[in-house]
Structure formats: structure tokens, C-alpha cells
Design a protein around this ligand. Structure first.
Ligand SMILES: Cc1cc2nc3c(=O)[nH]c(=O)nc-3n(C[C@H](O)[C@H](O)[C@H](O)COP(=O)(O)OP(=O)(O)OC[C@H]3O[C@@H](n4cnc5c(N)ncnc54)[C@H](O)[C@@H]3O)c2cc1C
Length: 447
């Protein structure tokens, strides 16, 4: 479908709305920028990125940590294997291809993948404003056309005929930590940044959670602070192996996304329960074995410093200004113990979109426009197959969620790289076909 595009190619998006205004320039919106450049270059795009110097998962750039996706499930390859923005082409251009292929590792280092993403990001400098954190979204009129206006923390205001939110997921800080403000309690996303501000090496450290990140953090902390007592507190029995069955991994195929989208909420819950161990509260074989061996060796030496304590729930936390005291309940016996720590790292994951207590009903940035959009009877935000939100409010321009749609589209949309490039294509096609349609059609059909 041919729609009138904005007459500007002004990358700075002065007063003229861009066709696509994006919030966040992590891998999700970067993949979108590439898809538009390669497949739909007539669309004008402009992105606002909160960080001055974005580094993919910079808070967790741990020595030796690797990525959890096949390296070719990158920013582009599933959509366009001939793209110059592939991981392989990055290695080629950096003159490291042969050397990289010679590394005896199944998955690349996280550091190397971050450098790849950074390399791709650098090539979009004319379409991204760095250091501009979006703080408000409104709808306003531009020459009689409804557009989104996004304001940043530095007072910059940018407009777009469509909006694509790709801010990543909101960190999940569970009870009782959500009520605690303490420099000694940090979510994993802040881990390395916060460590830099420590004035003394912590002697007692707790890691909360049983995820891949929890295991990586426990290993990293015990390497970094070899004299410290490091305790991983896990709510379930212990640390579980991730489900990497190739059959289960088909949950990260586009066909599963379609299937999941079409099932009712009860079906989605069942599928979520099955898929959970492919991504959540579980860890890869390599880090589990490394941690087990480390603990075993410490016991052999009669000097155990690292502990994994299962069936433990933290029920209270208090910071007295020098340390954090945790009240810990054994989930089956009910026994309560108390232990104090110099540092507590929360490997407690992220919020998904939804009505449950561990979810958030909608991305907080949408507070100013959320009454334009519809929720289903269970309280879930209604999302179209192309990731746009369903609106029955006349004059609402298209608004897409990029990387936030696990509750409508399933595990492939749990923020990972798995389907990033294909989703970018769906969103860029969606933006192309919905711009203009928003001017004439007030209501979008409910799926
Ligand atoms: C430690 C860790 C390791 C991971 N490893 C893997 C892996 O190996 N493989 C995999 O597939 N997935 C992995 N993931 C999942 C991860 O979510 C994806 O890799 C990827 O980062 C998702 O990209 P994104 O663009 O959706 O979000 P993000 O990477 O979070 O990027 C969002 C961007 O938006 C910016 N932003 C946020 N809010 C605003 C705002 N209001 N205004 C402007 N800018 C804003 C942020 O600064 C950020 O740059 C990992 C996650 C973590 C936490």
C-alpha cells in the first residue's frame, strides 16, 4: 500500500514528524532501523536513546560470559541473510572472521556480541539522538494529522506519525526489596556500574534468584572477591538446568508466535508453563557445572565460601546504614533465619506486560496516552499481530511495542534476540501500512 510519507529526510527531526519515532535504541529498535534502511528506505525514522554511550547489557558484561542465542540469530540474518549488518559480516569487516571461527566455543563471548551491536549502532548516528531519555508521550496535531509527541528528560520534544517503543523490559524488584532504598541492594542491570562505586570489598554477599544471571553473578562475585562469603538464595529446591531441547526451542520459531497469539488465555498459560524452563529460573550446563565444581573444590579444601541455599524466601530486608539484614524463611519447614550482608544482588528478572503482581499493565512511558488503548477482559493490553496496540479512540496514530509482547506473542518475544530481525520486519511493514490509515479509520479491529 502506498501512503504519503513525510517530505523530510532531516535526520534531526526538527519540527517535521518522522514516519517512525522510536524510543530506545537497543537491539530491538536497532534491528528495526536496519530493516527500514534495507527494505523501506522511504520511511523516515528517528530514535531517542536514553544513554549517552549505550552498551548492550553493560551492567552484566562479565568476563567469560557468553551469549544465549545462536550468533546468526542476530540483528538481521533471519530476515535478510545477505545483509551487511550480520554478525558474520561484522567479524569479516573487523578482520577477525577466521580467528573467531577458530575459537573452541559454542557461543561467542557476550563482550564480542556487544561490540558487534555497538558497531552496528555507530552506523545509525544520523538517525539517533543519544542521551535523550523519553519521559512523556502525548498525541498532538501536525497540520491536521494526529502525531505522537515525545518529550525527553532534557526537554527535547520530537514527533512521529507512528511510535515504536523499544525500551527493554522494566527490572523486576520483588518484595521485600521493592520497599527498600539502599546502595547495598542492586538489580543485576546495575551490577558492574554499582561495583565501581564500592569503597571497600564486600565480605558477605547475597545473590537472590535461580536464573542464568544468578549463577553468572555468583561465579563472578566469588572470582572478584575470593575471600567473601557468597550465598545464592533460591526460592525453588535448587538451581535447574535450562531446557535446551531442540524441540522446545521451536517455541522461538515464528510459527509458534502465530500459534501462541491465536490461543486463549488458558492455553497461553499452559504454553508459558511449558516454555518457562527454556528462558527463566534455569541456567546453562556450563555455568552450573563450573559453580558446582567450585563449591566442591572449596569443600575439599575445607574452606567453603560459596553456597547455594534452596527453598529460601527472603521475607524482610532492612538496611541500617552499614549492612543489609535479611530475614529468610525456609519455604517448607517455615524456619526463619537472619543473616546480614554487605551487598545484595537481585537476579530477579524483568516485568512482562500484564495484570499480575510481577507484571506491569502497560509500559510506564505510556501513562499519558494509555486511555486511548484497549485491554481484554483479563486485563491484558490488546496487541495486534503486527505489535501495534488496539485503539478505538479516533485520531490515535499507530503505536508499536518492540520487545515487550511476551504475553500476547509468546516466548519468542521475551526480549531475546531469537526473533528480533523478523519482528523488525513485521513492525516496519505495520508502520508503513498503518500510517495514513490512522487518519481515515478510527477503529482498529480487535483480533
Ligand atoms: C544480562 C543479560 C544477558 C542477556 N543475554 C542475552 C543473550 O545472550 N541472548 C539473547 O537473545 N538475549 C539476551 N538477553 C535478553 C535481552 O533482553 C536482549 O538481548 C536485548 O537486550 C533486548 O533488546 P531491547 O532493545 O529490547 O532492550 P534493551 O537491550 O534493554 O535496550 C533498550 C534500550 O532502550 C533505552 N531506553 C530505555 N528506556 C528509555 C527511554 N525512556 N528513553 C530512551 N531510551 C530508553 C535503554 O537505554 C536501552 O539502550 C539478555 C538479557 C540480560 C539482562
Amino acid at each position: 500500500m502506498s501512503v504519503p510519507l513525510t517530505e523530510t529526510t532531516d535526520g534531526l527531526n526538527g519540527d517535521v514528524p518522522s514516519d517512525v519515532l522510536g524510543v530506545g535504541f537497543g537491539p530491538a529498535n536497532l534491528a528495526l532501523a536496519i530493516a527500514v534502511e534495507e527494505d523501506d528506505p522511504e520511511l523516515s525514522v528517528h530514535f531517542l536513546e536514553g544513554r549517552q554511550d549505550p552498551l548492550w547489557q553493560g551492567g552484566m558484561m562479565l568476563d567469560g560470559s557468553n551469549i544465549q542465542n545462536h550468533p546468526s540469530r542476530d540483528l538481521v540474518t533471519l530476515r535478510n541473510p545477505r545483509s551487511r549488518y550480520s554478525f558474520l559480516n561484522y567479524l569479516f569487516e573487523e578482520k577477525r572472521l577466521l580467528e573467531h571461527l577458530n575459537v573452541a566455543a559454542e557461543f561467542p563471548l557476550r563482550k564480542e556480541y556487544a561490540q558487534y551491536i555497538n558497531w552496528a549502532t555507530q552506523q545509525f548516528g544520523d538517525r539517533v539522538e543519544l542521551g535523550e531519555r523519553a519521559v512523556a508521550v502525548e498525541v498532538e496535531e501536525y497540520r491536521g494529522e494526529p502525531v505522537y509527541a515525545v518529550t525527553t528528560d532534557r526537554g527535547v520534544r520530537r514527533t512521529g506519525r507512528s511510535l515504536v517503543l523499544g525500551p527493554g523490559r522494566t527490572p523486576y524488584v520483588p518484595e521485600p526489596f521493592d520497599a527498600l532504598t539502599s546502595p547495598r541492594v542492586i538489580h543485576l542491570t546495575r551490577y558492574l556500574y554499582q561495583l565501581r562505586s564500592l569503597t571497600a570489598a564486600p565480605a558477605r554477599i547475597a545473590v537472590i534468584g535461580g536464573s542464568q544471571s544468578a549463577v553468572e553473578l555468583t561465579l563472578d562475585l566469588s572470582r572478584r572477591f575470593p575471600d567473601a562469603r557468597v550465598v545464592d538464595l533460591v526460592r525453588s529446591f535448587s538451581l535447574r538446568l535450562k531446557d535446551t531441547s531442540p524441540f522446545s526451542e521451536e517455541g522461538y520459531f515464528p510459527a509458534f508466535t502465530q500459534y501462541y497469539y491465536g490461543t486463549d488465555r488458558a492455553g497461553k498459560r499452559e504454553l508459558d508453563a511449558y516454555m518457562r524452563a527454556t528462558n527463566y529460573s534455569s541456567a546453562d550446563d556450563d555455568v552450573l557445572k563450573e559453580l558446582y565444581l567450585r563449591i566442591y573444590e572449596q569443600r575439599l579444601d575445607g574452606d567453603q565460601k560459596v553456597f547455594v541455599q534452596g527453598n529460601r524466601q527472603v521475607v524482610a530486608a532492612h538496611d541500617d546504614g552499614t549492612e543489609v539484614a535479611l530475614r529468610i524463611r525456609e519455604t517448607h519447614t517455615g524456619e526463619i533465619t537472619e543473616e546480614s550482608f554487605d551487598l545484595v544482588v537481585l537476579a530477579t528478572g524483568f516485568r512482562d506486560i500484564g495484570p499480575q503482581p510481577h507484571q506491569e499493565p502497560y509500559p510506564p512511558l505510556l501513562a499519558g496516552v494509555i486511555d486511548r488503548f484497549r485491554f481484554d477482559e483479563d486485563g491484558y493490553l490488546l496487541v495486534n499481530p503486527d505489535y501495534s496496540l488496539v485503539s478505538d479512540h479516533p485520531g490515535t496514530p499507530p503505536l508499536f511495542l518492540n520487545g515487550l509482547c511476551e504475553s500476547s506473542h509468546g516466548i519468542g518475544d521475551a526480549g531475546s534476540f531469537s526473533l528480533l530481525s523478523l519482528r523488525a520486519e513485521v513492525i516496519s511493514n505495520g508502520a508503513r501500512s498503518r500510517i495514513g490509515a490512522a487518519l481515515t479509520a478510527p477503529a482498529v479491529p480487535v483480533p
